[in-house]
Structure formats: C-alpha cells, structure tokens
Design a protein around this ligand. Structure first.
Ligand code: ATP
Ligand code: MG
Length: 411
C-alpha cells in the first residue's frame, strides 16, 4: 500500500465543509472589495521565485520543490502566490484593464519543510494583490479585507501586528546601523542569526530562538529611521485603519520572511495555535513588479494560510446537515420512493434514500448519520390511500400528509 507523501493531507468529506465555508466567505468578501479571481499555473520557471523572493530567503534557500522537466528546464512548484500573480499581471498586460488592478487567488502551495502541526509540504493559501497605486488607503483596504474575514470566521484572539520597513531610500541607512549593532552582539546570537547578520540582517529581527530575544529587542528600530515619505505613508495607513475600527498593535520587529516588502508589513496571529500561530500576513511591495521585468508599479498584498485559519476556527462552526430529507422505504414502496426522491431534489431539497435494502431501523439510523432534518416514510398501506408520513427528526413529531403535497410539510 502506498501512502500519501509526507507533509500532505487528504481533505476528507468530514472536514471539507469547513474549507468550502471559508472559501465562500473569501469569495464574498473579495467581491465586496472589488477583487477579481486569477488562476495561475501551479509550477513556474525556477528563476521567477529566485528573482522575486530573494536568494537569501528561507523559501529559496531550502524550501522549494524544484525539478528539471523533460526539456531540461528548471521548474518549481509555486511556494507562494505573489510572484506568479506579478508575472501574470505583467505578461497579460493587466494594467490595460484599469488601475488599480485588484486580484485574488486561492490554491495549493508547496514548500519542502519539516512537517508539524500547521506546517505542511502542500498547503493552501488565499491571497490578494493590488497593483498600480501607492496610496496608503489601499494598504489599509488590503488589511481591512483580511481583518474582516478573520473577524467573520469567529476565530478567537486574532491579533494584527503592523510595521513599516521603509524603502530603498531609508532602509540602507537603517541596515548599516543594524549591521553595526549585530556585529557587536555576535556572541549572544544563535548560529542562524550570525549567518543572517551578513546575508539578510533584517531577518534576524524575525528569529524565534529564545536566547536571541533580549539582544533583538535592544537592536535599533526601523521606525526610527524611516524617511518622511515612508513615515507619512505609515501614519496614513494607521489613521485609515483607526477610522475603520481595525484593531492593530505596532511591532517594530515585524519584518516578514520575503525580501520584496517595502513600507507597510503586517501579520495576523492567533493565540491558541502554538508555534505555528501566524495565520496570514502581507505588505507593500513597490519594487517587485520591476524586479520581475515589468514597469515600475507599486503594489500591496496579503496571503492567508487556509489550514492554519481552519485550525484557528476550531469548533466555532457547526456543520450543516448533509441532507434535508431521507426517504424511508417500508415494504415494496421503492418505486414511489424513487419518484418522491426526484421530486424533492427538483424542489431544491438535499434528499437521499436507501439503496442497500436496509431494514427500517437501519434506514432511520442512516438518516441520523446524515443528520437528516426530516424522514419521509412510505408504507405500502398508506401509499395505497395516497398518504405518507413526515417525521421531523429534531423533535420527533410525525404528521400524516397526502402523497401529492407532503412537500408543504417541510419548513
Ligand atoms: P512561517 O513563519 O510560519 O513559516 P511564513 O512567513 O513562511 O510563515 P508566508 O510566506 O507569509 O508564511 O505565508 C502566509 C501564510 O501561509 C502563513 O502565515 C501561514 O499561515 C501559511 N503557511 C506558510 N507556510 C506554511 C506551511 N508550510 N504549511 C501551512 N501553512 C503555511
Ligand atoms: Mg516559512
């Protein structure tokens, strides 16, 4: 027997309703904010991610599923959505369809990681990308859309952290100060941070090692080094969020894992998820479109981890019944059952009947298993008189109705 690959999941009917419910909510919220869906390939040329995400990121350094296709081209299963959407935006000249271009995606992502709770090798993301404007109101709108979804999910204790990590004008200045401070503190940092001090110093701020925390909290803060443009932008993002009653906390250590962010960065986390508590995040990436070969185009986006978000919902949701109606066959009433089944479905009911010649008792058991709201009971004597029984499975009440209009008894 071959098992599924490590770090992947089978999504079974007993859980899939959660996915469908979340996806429906996502699509409704996107529509309200005028975001349109885009579907891009699941694999891309490896160079897209190398260039887009940055060579010194966790993803590019060690997490990509890269392979050569039969033509010898290096391909990679997409580890995230933004690079692909940017490529598609440029390649299909979506600028021509009017700016800002507001796009969303939903689908599987692949990262070669050590599997654990909330961390898989194939996982799913919902994300939005907004191209063509550097206005802070759009940063706030992206955050608001995400915030609205988390709020509506009923997930408890969702926290929104916010920061600005500056732009190519002010960040180099900060990075100099940061590198100096890191140089002085090498001994108190983990080996990963020591390496990062040289390759990607900003990422040191993101280290989760306990031993590094004291040093990290004493490092210079990026928000003290922002240029006027970035600092005004940040202020306006915060003002708009406040105007919309979005709760956030500022965190000058928040940097996020990818190289492409400029100005705004943010992350949503949930208390009860343990180590893997980040359920989504995003930020502004004003240089990425250019990086990937398009015209300079400001942009801002967000990505949500679907698995972790569903974990965060926990038991806040109740499953809808599988069927509204289960038809119970007594004696030789199968033909009538077949007719009433189709009539019920035509009326829009979710309806089922027995196909296994079960006993009456076993049919009721099956109806309960499916959480049926009603059972329509077809007995041979009653059918002869044009009568049926309708049992309300919630309160057990049974009423007799005529065969021709029993549907009127369904509430
Ligand atoms: P982490 O720090 O947990 O590795 P990340 O910074 O790599 O997260 P992003 O690239 O920002 O994550 O992806 C956005 C969201 O996708 C995350 O907040 C998380 O909810 C989800 N996610 C990322 N990697 C995985 C994974 N391997 N399995 C499940 N969900 C994931
Ligand atoms: Mg990661």
């Amino acid at each position: 027997m071959i098992s599924r690959p490590k770090g992947t999941n089978d999504l079974l009917p007993e859980d899939i309703w959660r996915w469908q419910k979340l996806e429906l909510l996502i699509r409704e919220e996107c529509a309200k904010f005028n975001y349109q869906e885009i579907r891009t390939p699941i694999f891309e040329e490896t160079g897209l991610f190398q260039r887009g995400l940055g060579e010194a990121t966790d993803i590019v350094e060690k997490e990509m599923y890269t392979f050569n296709d039969k033509g010898g081209r290096s391909m990679t299963l997409r580890p995230e959505g933004t690079a692909s959407v940017v490529r598609a935006y440029v390649e299909n000249n979506l600028k021509g369809t009017g700016l800002p271009a507001k796009l969303y995606y939903l689908g599987p992502m692949f990262r070669y990681e050590r599997p654990q709770a909330g961390r898989y090798r194939q996982f799913h993301q919902f994300g939005i990308e907004c191209f063509g404007s550097s206005e802070p109101s759009l940063d706030a709108e992206v955050i608001m859309l995400a915030y609205g979804i988390y709020t509506k999910l009923g997930a408890k204790n969702v926290e929104l952290k916010l920061n600005s990590i500056g732009c190519p004008n002010c960040r180099p200045n900060y990075l100099e100060k940061l590198k100096e401070a890191l140089k002085e503190n090498q001994e108190s940092l983990c080996s990963n941070c020591r390496k990062r001090s040289l390759t990607n110093p900003l990422r040191v701020l993101d280290c989760k090692e306990k031993g590094c925390q004291a040093t990290i909290s004493a490092l210079p803060r990026i928000t003290d080094y922002l240029c006027t443009d970035c600092s005004d932008h940040y202020t306006e993002v915060k003002e708009t969020l406040t105007l919309w009653n979005v709760d956030f906390v500022e965190d000058s250590r928040l940097v996020r894992g990818l190289d492409y962010y400029t100005k705004t960065v943010f992350e949503f986390s949930v208390e009860n998820l343990g180590a893997q508590n980040a359920v989504g995040g995003g930020g502004r990436y004003d240089k990425l479109v250019e990086e990937i070969g398009g015209e300079p185009t400001p942009a801002v986006g967000f990505a949500m981890g679907i698995e972790r978000t569903i974990l965060a919902v926990g038991d806040a949701w109740q499953k809808e019944p599988d069927v509204d109606l289960y038809i119970v066959i007594i004696g030789d009433t199968k033909k009538e059952a077949l007719l009433e089944l189709i009539r019920a479905r035509k009326q829009g009911l979710k309806a089922e009947m027995d196909h296994l010649n079960r006993s009456v008792k076993a049919q009721f058991k099956q109806a309960n298993r499916l959480n049926a709201k009603y059972c329509l009971i077809l007995g041979p004597d009653e059918i002869k008189q044009g009568k049926v029984k309708l049992k309300n499975m919630r309160d057990g009440e049974e009423i007799q109705l005529t065969l021709s209009d029993w549907l009127g008894g369904i509430k």
